[in-house]
Design a protein around this ligand. Structure first.
Ligand code: ADE
Length: 248
C-alpha cells in the first residue's frame, strides 16, 4: 500500500488538509527527527508529514538530523517521499516563483552526517547515486505542476551548501560554471539518505531569489526568501495535495 512521507511542505500538517490527523513523537537509533510526525490521510492516501526545520523553523540547516528524519519515515513504512524546498536561482531563465523538479545534486555541504553506514563492520555499502531522484515521482510532480498551470522546469541540478550563510559572489559564479541550476541548504544529504534507505524520493524546489551571481541584482537576503516563499506556499501546497492524491 502507498504511504507518502512529506518533508518540508510548509503548512501541510493543517488539520483541514489531513484527515484523522494524529501527531506522534518517535525516536530512531540516529536520534530524534526534526519534529513530531503528523500521520493521517490526504484524499484517501496515507501520509506522514515532517517539518524539516522543526515547527517554528528553529533548526539550522547544519543541525537538521537527516538520518533520524529519513529513518523515522522508513520505520513508519513510508513507500515514497515528496519534499519541498526554497532555492536560489543560478540561471536567468529560472524566475522567482518558478518551480524546479530536481534531477541532480552537487553536495557542497561539509558538516552533515550523510550516510547510515558509519562502519563497514556488517559489510561494505557504496550506494549508487548517479540519478538520486526517483523518475516516476519527478514525472508525477512535473505533470501535476503543468496541470496546475505553474511555471515549472522539468529538470534542475541543485547545489546544496552548508549554510547558514549565503554564498559569496565568487562561489555563486563557480556554482554556475559547475552546471548548477539552483542552490539551497538542505536537499543533497536528504536525497542521499533516502537513496540509502531505498525510499523513492522526489523534490519540488521553489525559486525565491537570484543568489548573488548577477551584479545587476541586490544579493539574496533571508527576508526576500521568506517573502517570495510565503507568497507562493499555497501553490506548492496545492501541488503536493494533487500529487499525493494521484499516488492512490
Ligand atoms: N535558499 C533559498 N535561496 C537560497 C540561496 N540563494 N542560497 C542558499 N539557499 C537558499
Amino acid at each position: 500500500m502507498v504511504k507518502v512521507g512529506i518533508i518540508g511542505g510548509s503548512g501541510m500538517d493543517d488539520p483541514e488538509i489531513v484527515d484523522d490527523a494524529t501527531r506522534i513523537t518517535v525516536k530512531t537509533p540516529y536520534g530524534d527527527p526534526s519534529s513530531p510526525l503528523t500521520c493521517g490521510r490526504i484524499k484517501g492516501v496515507e501520509v506522514v508529514i515532517l517539518a524539516r526545520h522543526g515547527h517554528g523553523h528553529c533548526i539550522t540547516p547544519s543541525q537538521v538530523n537527516n538520518r533520524a528524519n529519513i529513518m523515522a519515515l522508513k520505520d513508519l513504512g513510508v513507500t515514497a517521499i515528496l519534499a519541498t524546498t526554497a532555492c536560489g536561482s543560478l540561471k536567468q531563465e529560472i524566475h522567482r516563483g518558478d518551480l524546479v523538479i530536481l534531477d541532480q545534486f552537487i553536495d557542497f555541504t561539509r558538516l552533515r552526517k550523510n550516510t547510515f553506514h558509519d562502519s563497514f563492520e556488517n559489510g561494505m555499502v557504496h550506494a549508487p547515486m548517479a540519478d538520486p531522484f526517483d523518475p516516476d515521482l519527478r514525472q508525477l510532480l512535473f505533470d501535476t505542476a503543468v496541470a496546475q498551470k505553474a511555471r515549472v522546469h522539468q529538470r534542475g541540478t541543485v547545489v546544496t551548501i552548508e549554510g547558514p550563510r549565503f554564498s559569496t559572489r565568487a562561489e555563486s559564479k563557480m556554482f554556475r560554471l559547475w552546471g548548477g541550476d539552483v542552490i539551497n541548504m538542505s536537499i543533497a544529504p536528504e536525497a542521499a539518505l533516502a537513496r540509502e534507505a531505498a525510499i523513492p524520493y522526489g523534490v519540488v524546489a521553489m525559486s525565491t531569489d537570484y543568489d548573488c551571481w548577477n551584479e545587476d541584482e541586490a544579493p539574496v537576503s533571508w527576508e526576500e526568501v521568506l517573502k517570495v516563499f510565503n507568497n507562493n506556499a499555497e501553490r506548492v501546497k496545492a501541488l503536493l495535495i494533487a500529487a499525493v492524491a494521484a499516488l492512490k
